[in-house]
Design a protein around this ligand. Structure first.
Ligand code: SAH
Ligand code: SF4
Ligand code: F3S
Length: 496
């Protein structure tokens, strides 16, 4: 994030926003910033300069919440000396903790849940208008606080305005296709923090993607907690995720379509056919298994067995050969035996995930697991199991990445790699002997991270890269250029 000027009059001062959590939160922050900029706020990445500070929060694990409470703690004295500053907590923790936030951090002015984000500009205005500084709260209903319809309508999908400068890159954008979750896995707070599952109308999604394409977006990432459960009936016709993808595939300017996160039970053949047949569909699925042991899956209430997952993997491999699959795992869940833990590692070896996110179980108040099952695995054991699962995944990733050595892949170039950015920040030359080149990063069609040397102007274009080395997380290659074929060292990409 950087200081930016906007065309609006800057009558509302500087805004700082800190975002943790998943892609949903990144998108929510983008939308809130867009609305506030329209209201005359100017973005800053320095909290000391800010007149308004917003924290977009996550509750999925305890440490995500700790992080926010310690950031808030640091502001206590700032607020004492500069009481006119507005401090707001938004997102999942705001919906979950509500008044507890005011109790733990009395200097907070605003608490705004995930379903009420549209209220933020008004609430900031009202907070500033009152001299006595009334604390303001806007949250949705709890899952048991009313009828399904009433609870659902208290969570508003918030997707009005977009802010190009808040995106991962200028040519990549998140698009929310659904909100909420109804799966109620026993360990998870998301059904509480994000409310009931609701799919957005396809016409709205398609027009949003068209606007994004007009703004230069080439890759859209469709978001939903269980994105492949998407369904919406419009004009008497049922639309599934596959139907939506066919629609987006037609939109000029869009080159890649991705979607996260998929739920194993809802991985239907129509979706796999769309991934196979649509030229713009990225050949990559994030379908968390969570555990390799049936008893653990049952206690988690995931709704499938390892055999069911295996059947799904066979269909993925049959229908979309070469498709990469990644997963999430929880280690140290209630009653996890050493044998059960071994089964998660066996599953990684069998299913050969491209990568996995591995989490130590964190008991969350209000979930079924917290009420019914003891959090009985010691922290030390959780740590060890986490490292062991990670080591197996790294081994598998490195072996599978090595298969790419000598092959060419098509890469959507995102920009300088993190390492190159750090070097450049220290004033060091990144590519020896070539001041115009830097180390670039992008992703292959199967979502593998690829780094190679090239001109930063290639960002946003598609390049062919020949892979010559790898690590567990990265393919390392050289760009294949027309000039190279003709014997010079120019950097024109072959666009595919
Ligand atoms: N909707 C997605 C996941 C959202 S949360 C899905 O169902 O796959 C992202 C990940 O956090 C989950 O996949 C899970 O692995 C992890 N997670 C969720 N709750 C957790 C908890 N209480 N402790 C540890 N990890 C958790
Ligand atoms: Fe949480 Fe399960 Fe819903 Fe994913 S599917 S958000 S893990 S309840
Ligand atoms: Fe966290 Fe909320 Fe996302 S709890 S993972 S920010 S949906």
């Amino acid at each position: 994030m950087s200081d930016q000027s906007s065309s609006a009059a800057h009558h509302n001062g500087k805004l700082y926003i800190e975002t943790v959590g998943c892609q949903m939160n990144m998108l929510d922050s983008e939308l809130v910033v867009a609305a506030l900029r329209k209201d005359g706020f100017e973005l800053t990445d320095d909290p000391k300069l800010a007149d308004t500070l917003l924290f977009n929060t996550c509750s999925v694990r305890e440490n995500a919440e700790h992080k926010i409470y310690s950031s808030l703690g640091r502001l206590k004295y700032v607020k004492r000396t500069k009481p006119q500053k507005v401090i707001g907590v938004m997102g999942c923790m705001a919906q979950k903790d509500q008044d507890l936030i005011f109790k733990r951090a009395p200097h907070v002015d605003l608490v705004v849940g995930t379903g009420q984000l549209a209220e933020i500009p008004r609430l900031i205005r009202e907070t500033r208008a009152t001299t006595s500084r009334q604390q303001q709260k806007a949250v949705s209903l709890g899952r048991r606080d009313g009828s399904v319809a009433a609870v659902s309508s208290s969570f508003q999908s918030y997707d009005p305005l977009r802010d190009p400068e808040m995106r991962p890159t200028p040519f990549q954008a998140f698009v929310r296709i659904m909100i909420g979750c109804d799966k109620f896995c026993t360990y998870c707070v998301v059904p509480t923090t994000r409310g009931p599952e609701q799919s957005r109308p396809p016409s709205q999604i398609l027009s949003e993607v068209k606007v994004l394409a007009d703004q230069g977006v080439k890759e859209v990432c469709l978001l939903g907690q269980t994105v492949n459960s998407y369904k919406h009936t419009e004009n008497g016709r049922l639309n599934r995720l596959s139907d939506l993808m066919y629609g987006i595939n037609e939109i000029a300017g869009i080159e890649r379509i991705r979607f996260v996160t998929s739920y194993p039970k809802d991985m239907t053949d129509d979706l796999l056919h769309a991934v196979r047949d649509l030229s713009k569909a990225v050949k990559y699925l994030h379908v968390p298994l969570q555990h390799g042991c049936n008893e653990q899956l049952r206690l988690m209430k995931r709704g499938y067995t390892v055999d069911d997952y295996r059947e799904m993997m066979h269909r993925i491999n049959d229908i979309v050969p070469g498709c990469s699959v990644s997963s999430d795992f929880i280690v140290g869940f209630c009653g996890e035996t050493e044998e059960a833990h071994q089964l998660s590692m066996a599953a990684i070896r069998e299913f050969r995930f491209k990568n996995s996110f591995i989490f130590k179980y964190s008991e969350r108040e209000g979930t079924k697991a917290a009420t019914m099952l003891p959090d009985d695995i010691p922290e030390e054991t959780k740590k060890r199991r986490n490292n062991e699962v990670l080591a197996v995944q790294n081994e598998v990733s490195e072996e599978d990445n090595a298969e790419f050595i000598g092959r060419q892949v098509s890469v959507l170039v995102e920009g300088p790699s993190k390492a190159a950015e750090k070097k450049a920040a220290r004033g060091e030359e990144v590519v020896a002997g070539d001041p115009l080149a830097t180390q670039l990063m992008g992703r292959s069609e199967c979502d593998r991270i690829v780094v190679f040397d090239g001109n930063p102007r290639l960002a946003g274009s598609t390049a062919r890269v020949e892979i010559r080395d790898c690590t567990g997380t990265t393919l390392i290659g050289s760009i294949v250029t027309r000039e190279v074929q003709h014997g010079s060292n120019g950097l024109l990409p072959i666009v595919s």
